[in-house]
Ligand binder design. Sequence first.
Ligand SMILES: Cc1ncc(COP(=O)(O)O)c(C=O)c1O
Length: 404
Amino acid sequence: MNTQEVMQAESQYILQTYGRAPVVFTQGKGLKLVDAEGNEYLDFTSGIAVTALGHSDEEWATAVATQAHQLTHISNLYHSEPQVRLAQKLAENSFADKVYFCNSGAEANEAAIKFARKFSLTQRDDQRSGGGAEKSNGHPTKIVAFSGGFHGRTVGALSVTYKEQYRAPFAPLMPDVVFATFNDLESARAVIGEQTCAVIVEPVQGEGGVNPATPDFLKGLRQLCDQVGALLIFDEVQCGLGRTGKLWAYQNYSVKPDIMTLAKPLAGGLPMGATLMTQQVADALKPGDHGSTFAAGPLVCAAANVVFDRVNQPAFLEKVRFHGSYLQHRLQMVESDKVTAVRGLGLLVGVELTVPAAPIIAAARERGLILIGAGENVLRFAPALVVDKVEIDTAVDILAQCLE
Ligand SMILES: Cc1ncc(COP(=O)(O)O)c(C=O)c1O
């Protein structure tokens, strides 16, 4: 099928929930993508911060093919070694004691919300009543989220997502959600109280415009949660697993969450999510409370073990920090009155414009550079973590031409 044929069939048979670019990619290697017409592109999106090792990494592809020949799926009714090995690595290299696996970022946040509610129902009543006394009916259920936050499209995750345009058509959403202003501790203080069950925040907002939290904000949220006994949930679906140059984004801030959600890069391009938690949270959950048919099957875990082992190398993370700084530096040197700010952490970088991002993204694509937006007027750079200097130079040069 050529590009036109694919686009025509897409509009006929696929529900129109995406505004897709008029291109059909057929192959990828590293940061290179090739389309159905044979044109080559430099991919600075990595499939929205997913293909951390680049497209078709040799070791990753071999692990997936080998596992596919051995065993792909068994369901979570049985034990599985690749799953256990991955969980052990995630727990031993983070704040967490226990891991729950799922298939996407939205699902990881759904799980986080359920776990926080269950924790509130059990642990906090126990603490308040000294463990033995009769439980109160009114356990805290309020969830505090933030302006600009994006946590997914399922009903629970959507309820803590800020953008009205995503929420309004599907009202009523989950009740008991309150929004405060991102990076404004006083606005958070005004809504976090005794009835707060959890606070959910992205340490670096992705979709909301590539906004890193300030250290004081995250430290202040930790204190506020501790004061009222609420759980702090970090959504690291986009900014976790090496993206910021540390294994976890929270390590840039020296603030630990009680729950952390992961997804996008976890299996390097196969669907996988995870909700990590402390033992205290885990103690509130029991068999039957949550589950998933597909989650963390042997195939996806074989892929994720390769990604984790590669990203969790000091030299690998050092390179992410180096290339992230270099990318920000090169972007700051672009002379254009259309650029108002360059910001980000590691290899998640936003360029704020005075003009809409969409036409610049289209112009870049025509010149062979694939970018995405983050909101109306922010360009988002989220290349594979294996990007090199030459690729950064090429990308920034193309962008500069598009902003002339
Ligand atoms: C921070 C964050 N949380 C959650 C999600 C939802 O992830 P998914 O699309 O895998 O459901 C996203 C997706 O962009 C995200 O950026």
